[in-house]
Design a binder for this molecule. Sequence first.
Ligand code: HEC
Length: 135
Amino acid sequence: MLLLGALAILRSVVSANAFEPAINYQLHCQGCHLADGRATPDLVPAIDPTLGRMMRVPEGRDYLVRLPNVAAAQIDAADTAALLNWLLARFAAHDLPEGFDPISADEVLAGRTAPLVDVAGARAAVLRRVSEPSP
Ligand code: HEC
């Protein structure tokens, strides 16, 4: 009986969490990135499949967690990691590398210690790395 109760609680926690990234996106990201991640010209870039391609190299993961508004998000590291993995699945699923290892809370914590200053430069460097032939 006790076990069944524990399982029910666990299930409700798991299903409650399943909605959290979408809500966190609304609360912390959507004001700038809009509901569908589209660009606002000259202000905010689109969240699009390019991001999935960028996850093929370690520098791309690093870029994602060090983005200023990601590194400064007022949610804990585990929820931020869940949000980023949700974001990648929602906007860039087809371009994610095979066997993509989800972004972890530890990576988010590391990113928070060193937010990007030159976002455009870091992005260009990641895209250069992605287009290099693999060794
Ligand atoms: C205050 C506006 C604002 C908020 C809030 C915001 N962003 Fe951004 N985001 C930007 C801008 C502007 C850029 C372009 C890079 C830069 O200047 O920081 C960007 C860039 C990005 C990119 C890079 C896209 C690419 O292809 O290089 C991602 C991914 C992203 N944001 C995710 C998020 C997530 C996740 C959140 C919520 C935790 C968030 N952003 C909150 C404004 C915002």
